[in-house]
Design a binder for this molecule. Structure first.
Ligand code: UDP
Ligand code: MG
Length: 156
């Protein structure tokens, strides 16, 4: 089983609504390991790269304005097969149809203002870790909790 790293962004609607702690807590309680954390302002260049798959969409400009309306909180989480696990915790894009219990299902109502971003594949997660963090902003340490979060064979 592979140890993965993934990116979560706490989006401007969540910053405005005071949800940084609530969102962070959900990943902590899941048993994930936080290895990078910072507040940052996203510029146009970075957003065009990050949302390249949406560049042709009519909502791209408003999405870009939304993502620049406040700083975001960027997090890098690590765990066994955590890219998919984090997507499940976030819920589907259209928040008002997202599963109850997920972050979007519990905390948001909009397709656009859906409180979090999470990397959607292992490949994209690797690219996003590089996009949002410098190597010296990512921290290695032993998380003693791992002995209780995983079975030995899952960590091998
Ligand atoms: N988005 C939007 N309108 C749409 C689809 C997406 O404003 O019709 C925004 C929304 O904030 C979404 C982001 O664009 O989270 C990225 O879209 P994507 O399809 O990658 O969804 P996600 O991976 O965030 O679930
Ligand atoms: Mg996406």
């Amino acid at each position: 089983m592979s140890m993965e790293r993934t990116i979560v962004l706490v989006k401007p609607d969540a910053i405005q609504r005071g949800l940084i702690g609530e969102i962070t807590t959900r990943f902590e309680k899941k048993g994930l390991k936080l290895i990078g954390l910072k507040m940052m302002e996203l510029d146009d260049v970075l957003l065009r790269e990050h949302y390249a798959h949406l560049a042709d969409k009519p909502f791209f400009e408003s999405l870009s304005n939304f993502m620049r309306s406040t700083p975001v909180v960027a997090m890098c989480w690590e765990g066994v097969e955590c890219v998919n696990a984090v997507r499940l915790i976030c819920g589907i894009t259209k928040a008002r149809e997202a599963e109850a219990g997920s972050i979007r299902g519990d905390l948001a109502m909009s397709v656009s203002c859906n409180v979090v971003h999470a990397s959607d594949s292992v490949e994209n997660a690797e690219a996003e870790v590089m996009r949002f963090f410098n190597e010296d902003e990512l921290h290695g340490y032993d998380k003693t909790e791992y002995a209780h979060v995983y079975a030995d064979d899952e960590l091998a």
